[in-house]
Design a binder for this molecule. Structure first.
Ligand code: NAD
Length: 264
């Protein structure tokens, strides 16, 4: 299916690796001019080159900016310029017992996971409405609807994104601008892979055994019973960024392998 995305311009936050990079790659493959973002210029250059080496004609730029502050978001807004598509992908996670999550942790999770998307959307939503076309996608998580006891602050930030996303969609009545969120489940990104490799090593297991046991005992409701690939999340994001998805607005789209036992 041609997603009709050729010539659009997209900004994807936190896109030097993981779901963000996979999304940038997928959009670049569809002929979108993609703007990547991360904090480290070296990693940013490498992320851009990995896309260009695969797609010779790809239009790829990057902006190094730390989005944990208003100043960092402003720096990105100024450098990236006008866009048709904004993917608020940036998100951090950290398992920590509730009793040990101090105020600074709560505020950091709110700044990075919620306010980065709020600040960028506040700027771009008005411009998209003025041009009467645009796509904003928040990468939330299954944790946004199934709050995790092992990282309460992360769950809070992911639920907040869902609320913001739906409310922004409500402001787009009658326009060709959509705002949706995507809810990935356990996805095999570099960070998750390294975390898991350590767990497996400590338990004296192979990666395959550890993955099998994780889904059997810790995520028994997963219908997929394996980690999701970043490209499998990116495929949904690319669709919802496309003109094809015009009738999908204000939605929370599940890409969580069926972990969430829910009819809708
Ligand atoms: P990741 O850790 O693999 O990638 C994070 C990216 O963000 C990197 O490019 C990093 O450089 C960048 N980054 C980190 N802090 C930054 C900052 N302050 N400013 C700018 N860039 C910064 O991430 P991921 O696992 O692919 O997660 C992407 C999104 O998907 C997040 O919102 C996460 O909550 C969500 N998610 C992930 C999973 C999973 O299993 N991986 C599951 C559900 C939801």
């Amino acid at each position: 299916m041609d997603l009709l995305l050729k010539g659009k311009r997209a900004l994807i936050t936190g896109s030097t690796s993981g779901i963000g990079w996979a999304t940038a790659r997928e959009l670049a493959a569809e002929g979108v001019h993609v703007i990547l973002n991360g904090r480290d210029p070296t990693r940013l250059t490498s992320a851009i080159e990995r896309i260009q080496s695969e797609f010779a004609d790809a239009m790829v730029d990057g902006v190094a900016a730390d989005l944990s502050s208003a100043a960092g978001c402003q720096q990105l807004l100024e450098a990236a310029g006008e866009i048709d598509i904004l993917v608020n992908n940036l998100g951090i996670f950290e398992p920590k017992p509730f009793e040990q999550i101090v105020d600074e942790d709560w505020l950091r999770f709110f700044e990075v996971n919620v306010m980065s998307g709020v600040r960028l959307s506040r700027h771009h939503l008005a411009l998209m409405k003025a041009r009467n076309w645009g796509r904003i996608v928040f990468i939330s998580s299954e944790s946004g609807i199934c709050p995790p006891a092992e990282m309460v602050h992360y769950g809070m930030s992911k639920s907040a994104q869902l609320s913001v996303s739906r409310a922004l969609a409500e402001t787009c009545t009658g326009t060709n601008v959509t705002v949706n969120s995507v809810l990935p489940g356990p996805t095999k990104t570099e960070g998750v892979g390294e975390f898991f490799a350590t767990l497996a090593r400590d338990a004296g297991q192979t990666l395959e055994q550890a993955e099998h046991d994780f889904f059997k005992f810790a995520r028994p409701t997963s219908l997929l019973q394996r980690f999701i690939e970043p490209a499998e999340v990116a495929a949904m994001v690319a669709y919802v960024c496309s003109p094809r998805s015009a009738a999908t607005n204000g939605a929370a789209l599940h890409v969580e392998g069926g972990v969430v036992r829910s009819l809708i």
